[in-house]
Design a protein around this ligand. Structure first.
Ligand SMILES: CC(C)(COP(=O)(O)OP(=O)(O)OC[C@H]1O[C@@H](n2cnc3c(N)ncnc32)[C@H](O)[C@@H]1OP(=O)(O)O)[C@@H](O)C(=O)NCCC(=O)NCCS
Length: 336
């Protein structure tokens, strides 16, 4: 007996994008004293002028819901149209249940499948790839993909290598069926040999301790070896971008918009140079005023370009995300 196999649809696309930018605007002047740094040094090494941090009332849950509501409204859909919610995050500090289940409930779509994925700064592009496959095969009709972080909870304000980089925020995309493909196949992978270049300093057992060993009692902050991450991202990710264009069946001249993970302005510039991006390709530079919001960074950067008229509906955009793991994912999409 042959089991039933779904027939699927020709393609999927992003139907609507939404964001939540946290309310606290934190200029470099507010972080420099704790790390013996300067506004000039931070801007020169990272391109960051200021970052967004969540206020007390802005949780990963509320920011994810805010971004999702905007994405649904722009897609012209109701929450009840969503049959799967995928949240990419590393800063939902409750190990279980998944943040996606609470977000689905808050939105009013309790029936939806809902789960979280952990791929750090590459999380949104991983979730987008899953959504594309789910919609095309027919596993789901409308998938809500969310990248959300409150990295200010996990950042040591005295750590010179990370305190000025990480930020908070949320970005969401509604993915649904399309007569023509609007999300090209993903190029993804990980470099496990360097999996711990960016990581949480210790796990929760080290924080809590046991009968024989006292716990540290401190927040397990993120730590990063900045220089090797910088080299890896600047050179390896350009090749990943080229492969994503190949998988989309387009050339670099067909590209309108480049939306790399907002890790560091110098990495963005190095990737653009290595890929030999033509001058007409507009490049996302959200990091200057937003900082690095990990899984939320790519959708927030694309949203800013759309709001400011740098990315228009129907444009061809290359997304590349990379981070802890070292995990990466890239795909070409049509701007909604
Ligand atoms: C974090 C980063 C900006 C640090 O820059 P760097 O040039 O590698 O810095 P180094 O650690 O090699 O230190 C260089 C010098 O700056 C100093 N320095 C380090 N951090 C500093 C800070 N926050 N402020 C001022 N000076 C600092 C060091 O003491 C060192 O001084 P020295 O030359 O007198 O010894 C850089 O490594 C980077 O951007 N890495 C990628 C990070 C990233 O994008 N992560 C996200 C991936 S998802």
């Amino acid at each position: 007996m042959t089991l039933a196999s779904p027939t699927g649809v020709p393609g999927s696309r992003i139907l609507g994008l939404g964001v939540h930018r946290p309310s606290r605007v934190v200029p470099n002047a507010d972080v420099v004293d704790a790390i013996d740094s300067s506004d000039e040094w931070i801007q020169q090494r990272s391109g960051i002028r200021q970052r967004r941090w969540a206020d007390d009332h802005e949780s990963v849950r509320s920011m994810a819901v805010g971004a999702s509501r905007q994405a649904l409204e722009r897609a012209g859909l109701a929450a009840t149209d969503v049959d799967c919610v995928v949240v990419a995050t590393v800063s939902h500090l409750l190990q279980t249940p998944a943040l996606a289940t609470a977000v689905a409930h808050d939105l009013g779509t309790d029936h939806a499948a809902a789960f979280d994925i952990s791929a750090a700064c590459a999380g949104f592009c991983h979730a987008l790839a899953l959504a594309n496959d789910m919609v095309r095969v027919g596993t789901a009709q409308h998938v809500l993909v969310i990248g959300v972080e409150r990295l200010s909870d996990l950042t040591d304000p005295h750590d010179r290598g990370t305190a000025f980089i990480f930020a908070d925020g949320a970005g969401a995309a509604v993915v649904g069926p399309s007569a023509t493909p609007g999300i090209a196949p993903v190029v993804w992978g990980s470099d496990g040999e360097q999996y711990d270049l960016i990581r949480q300093r210790e796990d929760w057992r080290d924080v809590v301790g046991d009968e024989t060993t006292p716990g540290s009692g401190r927040m397990p902050h993120l730590v990063m070896q900045g220089s090797p991450v910088f080299r890896w991202a600047s050179f390896t990710m350009a090749e990943v971008g080229r492969r994503a264009l190949d998988r989309a069946g387009i050339g670099i001249d067909d590209l309108d918009v480049f939306v790399p993970h907002q890790a560091n302005m110098r990495i963005i510039d190095a990737m653009a140079r290595a890929m030999k991006l033509p001058a007409h390709v507009r490049i996302a530079r959200d990091i200057a005023d937003q900082g690095n919001a990990s899984a939320a960074s790519v959708p927030m950067a694309l949203d800013r370009m759309m709001v400011e008229g740098e990315a228009r509906s129907g444009d061809t955009a290359l997304l590349i995300a990379f981070g802890a793991g070292l995990a990466y994912a890239a795909q070409v999409v049509r701007v909604p």
